[in-house]
Design a protein around this ligand. Structure first.
Ligand SMILES: [Zn+2]
Length: 431
């Protein structure tokens, strides 16, 4: 008995995130949300005057005619539109938004980790309750941030992380631009691999050390010194090894790719998503449809690259002819019916303005509902946890946001989220 009481006290105080909800106990508070408008992202429709009952961290009931249980706290969002917590499938929360990647060398790993804490906070308060983080220069800083959020040490979205970039030597995910006699510390070159077997070795280590997915660099990059976004980096056999080895650990692969051939190499290898997909051609679009590959296209961030006063000149040169091509290809992919997710490459633009991409997705061919679905149901499917988040559905995590106005009429209202609940806890509520 004593043991049980102690355990329960410990549970309430420190580990409520990991304990089963106890009906009627302090660990399972009841909250009833009155939703004026309610976006049902699964059915693609808007309902009115819905009630959402949250018990502890979980959605217990949704409907127009719910009895209000005794003791339930009522949250009145009857003048707002309620929708599931948003998901950004391409962030870099554990890195700082440096225009110059080499600035990472000016800080210790601990300095970078502390300085990145606000990135997580502003992302959550912008309505993003989950992110798929796809790489960090200091290996495993993202794993540490994910775990700090899960333990309640800092606030932020639920994170799924890559642990490091898997990249060829001097490739798109490497620290480049240094003199050849500079020896980098281990964590700034962790993911370098140059054969199928080296790729497999890195994935085995990353899986053991807490990665949720694998990030590979299939082509050159815009924001890497000495890199050509139109060049091929990993070979088809290295990409196949990545997908095969990741699959052995139940992990999915996200492939960075700008060049058309690199995009097709990644899709044929079986990656779950292509990041950027900038120069995808008609054959690539057909292959993505055939394989069910998600395209995660960051079509807003060129605004930030071109307007930032300190963007290095070689990055501007890389980007100049790619931004508009990517947007045209986004329109083609939407029209072709390719599966799409919402991913911003946050860190290129400042963290917390992720939602600005929605207006561009609508401008370049999506309906507002499609854009919202890309950041909810589709994102949950890509990450592999549709049972946990992505819609306001009984049994899922209570990740719920609200905005003043109707995002289906004006998608830009998503840039000002007034209410944020993650796992049943309210982080923001502007009246
Ligand atoms: Zn990125």
């Amino acid at each position: 008995m004593l043991k049980q009481a102690c355990l329960w006290t410990f549970c309430v105080a420190f580990l409520s995130a990991h304990c089963p909800a106890q009906p009627g106990s302090p660990a399972a508070p009841l909250t009833l949300i009155r939703a004026g408008k309610f976006i049902d992202v699964q059915a693609g429709r808007t309902l009115t005057n819905q009630l959402i009952l949250v018990r502890g961290k979980t959605i217990e009931a949704v409907g127009a005619q719910l009895a209000i249980p005794e003791g339930a706290a009522v949250v009145d969002l009857s003048n707002m539109t309620v929708l599931p917590g948003l998901v950004d499938c391409h962030t870099h929360l554990a890195d700082l938004a440096d225009a110059e990647p080499l600035d990472v060398l000016k800080r210790t790993a601990a300095e970078a980790a502390y300085a990145a804490i606000p990135n997580a906070r502003v992302t959550l308060l912008a309505g993003f309750t989950t992110v798929r983080d796809v790489g960090v220069y200091r290996a495993f800083n993202d794993v540490a941030m994910r775990d700090a959020i899960a333990k309640g040490i800092i606030i932020g979205p639920r994170m799924y992380v890559a642990g490091a970039y898997i990249t060829i030597s001097e490739g798109a995910g490497a620290m480049t631009g240094l003199a050849p006699d500079i020896q980098l510390p281990w964590d700034l070159q962790y993911g370098v691999a140059n054969s199928p077997w080296e790729v497999r070795q890195k994935i085995r280590e990353l899986a053991h050390r807490g990665a949720d997915h694998i990030k590979v660099l299939s082509t050159g990059a815009v924001l890497t010194h000495g890199s050509n976004p139109k060049s091929i980096e990993f070979t088809p056999e290295e990409l196949r090894a990545a997908v095969d080895e990741a699959g052995n650990f139940g992990l999915r692969v996200a492939a960075h790719a700008h060049a058309a051939e690199g995009i097709k190499n990644a899709i044929r290898a079986g990656v779950a998503s292509v990041e950027h997909a900038t120069l995808i051609d008609d054959e690539g679009i057909a292959l993505a449809k055939q394989h069910g590959t998600y395209l995660d296209m960051d079509i807003y961030d060129e605004e930030c690259i071109q307007s930032a006063p300190d963007t290095p000149a070689d990055f501007l040169q890389h980007d100049r002819d790619l931004g508009e091509a990517q947007r045209r290809n986004f329109t083609k992919a939407v029209r072709a019916g390719v599966k799409m997710t919402f991913g911003t490459d946050a860190g290129v633009c400042p963290h917390g303005i992720n939602a600005r991409q929605f207006a561009f997705m609508v401008k370049y061919g999506m309906t507002p509902m499609q854009a919202i679905q890309s950041a909810t149901v589709n994102a949950a499917d890509l990450i592999g946890h549709p049972e946990l988040f992505g819609s306001i559905t009984v049994g899922k995590s209570a990740d719920i946001i609200a905005v003043k106005g109707d995002p289906l009429a004006d998608i830009r209202v998503l840039e000002h989220v007034a209410f944020v609940m993650k796992e049943g806890t309210i982080y923001k509520h502007e009246q």
